[in-house]
Design a protein around this ligand. Structure first.
Ligand code: KG4
Ligand code: ZN
Length: 332
């Protein structure tokens, strides 16, 4: 048998992730070493619509999933024969998109008599922290901030977390994306705002973030505040001050996230903080939380290595009991 086993590194896991607009596959050992992680982003395809178009995403996943799996196998210098377990994102996400990954994973698992591990996408984001070379051990307080979710979690053991807070409206990544659209930047907007903000003054504009009770978040008012500011400034002045607007807007989101994290630390007594999800790639957030552990930069946005990582901690369904498995759209 090829691959990791031969090197004494343990069982090889092939993972597939197709929950949104990234088609991803990865080969990870049971011990948490990433042998390959391939991500094919469809962002360019959806950019002209300003967001992900589910039907287009599903079709593109269908075209990309096998080439991406093949590429992941090649980069890991192995073949399907070396894969002992198949992992796949089951939800939450776009159901049509998820089904492409799920069907592919079922087929690969079934054809080789292998077990299949259905993985929750959000557990996957957290499991990015458990990979080599510097795995983090629970307990810790975790902010999961992505395009679809903003969750404050108490992670007391691997695979088990308690939800302390969530967003009441937009997710943090969604706030970045919507703000970027107001500023006439590309999709997805988080990285664009991050880049532009580097040239701007974060104190130039004061954007208020709603204070909601408990440890929840609310970002929808922020986007409206930006919209009004841009309207008042007019086109030419907005153009001239775009970097200041981006920096101030980003600052407001970061401040809100950091404030909640600090409150979470106080309430739970968990003094170690981790940040995962696409927004964890944000440079201002990383700067504002120097003591926190961030998921490795490449594993913040959607990828399959994190899905394989989560699959290391249980949930395997033995051959062939997984054929009826369905995808789910929303958080359980
Ligand atoms: O985790 P992810 O890839 O997909 C979901 O599960 O939603 O997160 C994508 C989100 C998008 O909203 C994107 O704008 C945001 O992460 N994002 C960023 C940055 N890079 C990606 N937000 C802020 N700063 C960044 N550098
Ligand atoms: Zn994600």
């Amino acid at each position: 048998m090829a691959g990791a086993d031969a090197d004494g590194e343990g069982v090889l896991i092939l993972a597939i992730e197709t929950s949104c607009d990234e088609t991803a596959a990865a080969l990870v050992t049971d011990a948490g070493s990433v042998l390959s992680s391939v991500v094919s982003s469809q962002a360019g395809l959806h950019a002209r619509y300003g967001g992900v178009v589910p039907e287009i995403a599903s079709r593109r996943h269908l075209e990309l999933v096998l080439p991406v799996v093949r590429e992941a196998l090649e980069r890991a210098d192995t073949s399907l024969g070396g894969v002992e377990r198949v992992a796949v994102t089951q939800g939450p996400g776009l159901v049509g998109a998820l089904l492409v990954g799920l069907s592919t994973a079922k087929a690969i698992a079934w054809a080789g008599g292998r077990p299949l591990v259905p993985v929750d996408h959000l557990e996957g984001h957290i499991a990015a922290l458990y990979l080599e070379p510097d795995p983090l051990d629970p307990p810790f307080l975790c902010l999961l901030a992505s395009g679809g979710h903003t969750l404050l979690l108490a992670v007391r053991e691997r695979g088990a977390s308690e939800r302390l807070g969530t967003t009441l409206d937009d997710a943090a990544g969604e706030a970045f994306d919507k703000g970027a659209r107001v500023l006439g930047l590309g999709y997805p907007g988080g990285a664009e705002i991050d880049r532009l903000a580097g040239d701007g003054d974060a104190e130039a504009f004061a954007f208020p973030v709603a204070r909601v009770p408990g440890l929840d978040f609310s970002f929808s008012g922020l986007k409206t505040a930006l919209l009004y500011t841009v309207r008042d400034l007019g086109e030419r002045e907005t153009e001239r001050r775009r970097a200041d607007l981006a920096a101030s807007y980003q600052h407001a989101i970061v401040r809100a996230l950091v404030a909640r994290i600090r409150e979470g630390v106080e309430r739970t007594g968990l003094d170690r903080v981790a940040v995962v999800g696409g927004v964890a790639a944000n440079s201002a957030l990383r700067e504002a939380l120097p003591e926190a552990r961030f998921a490795p930069f490449d594993l913040c946005t959607d990828n399959a290595a994190m899905i394989a990582s989560a699959a290391r901690f249980g949930g395997a369904i033995p051959f062939p009991n997984y054929l009826g498995l369905d995808a789910y759209a929303s958080i359980s």
